[in-house]
Design a protein around this ligand. Structure first.
Ligand code: AMP
Length: 253
């Protein structure tokens, strides 16, 4: 695997890749099987797979969450190498934000609800960094998880609105044996919290309505930001102490 830390070096390499199909997987690192399922799909569908790891300051509305976000780059490099990834991009914030964060992408409708309401500015930061990487990598296809369903909808919407020449591939949520969606933030849960967290997908997949699920989660000790049905999904965001978890399931049966 080629590890590229300098943006100009990557732009020179990219010029040599004009005749191959490129799959791109955009991550914040602390990689797990969820991320690797995106890589797997990319490898199956493209000649070359490019992965980026960048913990994007602009999409964290909470400085504490940014500071505590797990950073495990050596472990991530080992995992990506085992999976025969072609390029890993590790750029720093100075290179990615030459404008000092003054140019941002703003969507006004899908981003105004749920995650957007709970995390002001999050989706503007997310769309901005996704657009930057799509321009830098110019992939044929780019892979995103249904785990972050509202994010996926917004990326699809941006690609359509801005006529970006890339195919967006949606990938199913990968779960642990007890059904908890894999997430980098799970590593911040204590063993007891980790057990309790598995109740979230179980309740979402059950027969109760969102109001009832909210009450049950609160009785179990979760703080609930929302449980709601929208976009043919049941979506939820909850807290266990300082750790925020999101999940969603399809309502198309
Ligand atoms: P992150 O590093 O959390 O920003 O995630 C990078 C990409 O991996 C995003 O497209 C996520 O939706 C996707 N992803 C994260 N967790 C999972 C999971 N459990 N299953 C499938 N995709 C995931």
């Amino acid at each position: 695997m080629n590890i590229v830390t300098n943006l100009d070096d990557w732009l020179a390499i990219r010029k040599t890749l004009s005749t191959v199909s490129i799959g791109f997987v955009h991550t914040m690192g602390n990689l797990h099987e969820g991320h690797m399922s995106l890589c797997q799909q990319s490898k199956q569908m493209n000649d070359v797979t490019v992965v980026a790891i960048f913990v994007n300051p602009a999409q964290f509305n909470d400085a504490n969450d940014f500071d505590l976000y797990p950073r495990t780059v050596n472990q991530d490099i080992a995992l990506l190498s085992q999976h025969d990834i072609d390029y890993l991009l590790l750029f720093d914030a100075n290179a990615l934000y030459p404008d000092d964060y003054q140019v941002q992408i703003n969507e006004t409708e899908t981003s105004a609800v749920l995650e957007g309401e709970c995390r002001p500015g999050h989706f503007t930061g997310m769309l901005t960094i996704v657009l930057k990487f799509l321009n830098i990598v110019q992939p044929t296809r780019s892979y995103y998880g249904e785990k972050d369903y509202q994010q996926l909808l917004l990326i699809q919407k941006m690609v359509k609105a801005l006529f970006l020449p890339v195919e967006i591939i949606a990938c199913p949520t990968i779960r642990a044996e007890d059904s908890l969606a894999l997430s980098s933030r799970n590593s911040r849960l204590s063993p007891d919290q980790r057990k309790l967290a598995a109740q979230l997908p179980v309740l979402l997949q059950g027969v109760a309505n969102p109001e009832h699920i909210t009450l049950t989660l609160q009785q179990l000790g979760f703080k609930v930001d929302y449980v709601t049905d929208k976009w043919q999904r049941r979506l939820a965001a909850v807290w266990l102490d300082g750790v925020r978890l999101i999940d969603n399931i399809s309502l198309e049966r």
